[in-house]
Design a protein around this ligand. Sequence first.
Ligand code: MN
Length: 494
Amino acid sequence: MNPISINQIIETIKENNPDADLDLITLAYEYANRAHHGQKRLSGEPYIQHSLHTAIKLAQMKLDIPTIVAGILHDVPEDTDRTIDDVEKEFGKEIAKLVSGITKLGHIKYRGLERYAENLRKMFVAMAEDIRVIFIKFADRIHNLQTLDSLPPVKQQRIARETLQIYASIANRLGMWKLRGELEDLAFPYVYPEEYDWVKNLVSEQFDKNAKYLEKIKNEIQENLKDANVKTIQIIGRTKHLFSLYKKLLRKDRDIEKVYDLLAIRIIVSDIKNCYHVLGLLHSKWRPMPGRVKDYISQPKPNGYQSLHTTVFTGKNRIVEFQIRTMEMHEKAEFGVAAHWQYKEGNDTAHKFKIPETQMKWIQELLDIEKDTKDTQSYLNTIKIDIFHDRIFVFTPKGDVIDLPEDATPIDFAYHIHTELGNHCGGAKVNEKMMALSTKLKSGDMVEIIEDKNRRGPSEDWLKFVQTNAAKQKIKTFLKQSRADRMLNIFSRR
Ligand code: MN
């Protein structure tokens, strides 16, 4: 890894935030440098390089100063003789809290499955307290992955696997796609070395074949947009992240010809009106592929992602995907929740930053799962479905969007809306057709629950196919209650 200097961090911060308090950054650097003096990483680099690499990542994510300072200091209490109290005396409560959040995440007692569960729980607790702790942990993990070669193989495996299982999943759920892609691509060669080589070669073949063509299309559309007087901020040819491509290939019989978004051009424009304008221009120039036009601007994905997507036939057997969005949508897509902590003119105090309510809701749900789950295995199963499954969004007849895990059924939908609706669910219409209650819903489905007032309660069979923790718990609670009532009846009859 190239060594970096504190000046590079300062320059990066200045680009995004010209009024930042840079003295604090310098102070943190001097403090950490003294504290880690003489220490080396297994890679042979001076330890402070790890602190700086962590911090520059946070600066590139345009995060606030306390987060970057805590990034510089994050290993001080753990690995030097300075304590967290020392850090607090020097840098104040907010920064000390962030640093101690990181230190707490590092202490994992258990092994195996227990370790996995403990790790997750700690991440969720940290997120609920101050989500910036997770951003620092991600940046720390990126540099650890970049220097993974110098660790013994057993540790390489543990860290790389944990990255795919825990870190990437959480980054995904937080909408931090860029970071998720980086984490996955760094861990990929360690966890699946042969598969990694296969995908890498496949991509470089495709790239050699297509790079020139993509450039040509890019220039062509650039000219068209100029003629139509559409101001673009950026037009970029995008290549897919390797690990996400790998996962897609597994779903497409390992056939790269079936992956339509391998080549994509991203067009960033000034406002929403122009997004649709560009889409119209593309479609009048090239024939769109049916079923591939997606309007995530009027219907954002559950995690808030917004963009227009279309795949067009650009010539003989050639297809290119286009993604059209505003700068604001682009930043949100790249940084996800972290975008809410980014410096924007006029709100440079950390207290004005707030996590969006929908995100807070699922973090709170994670913590609640912890409370009422006894054994590790069932805890993990619950987490896996409620949190780490991909999400779908479906509509109520009124057009409200409901966010559910993949494979959710009308019963999950009913319980999500109201416990009573779940308990009295008599049937379901999906896209205006009567369907079985066990039907797996798909994104975009319109779901209507037919209420049956005479129905006494849920059927035990429903437990076989419901997906969400909420539905499961509510069905179980009802069944337990009615069993207790029956017992009471038997006794009172005597
Ligand atoms: Mn570290």
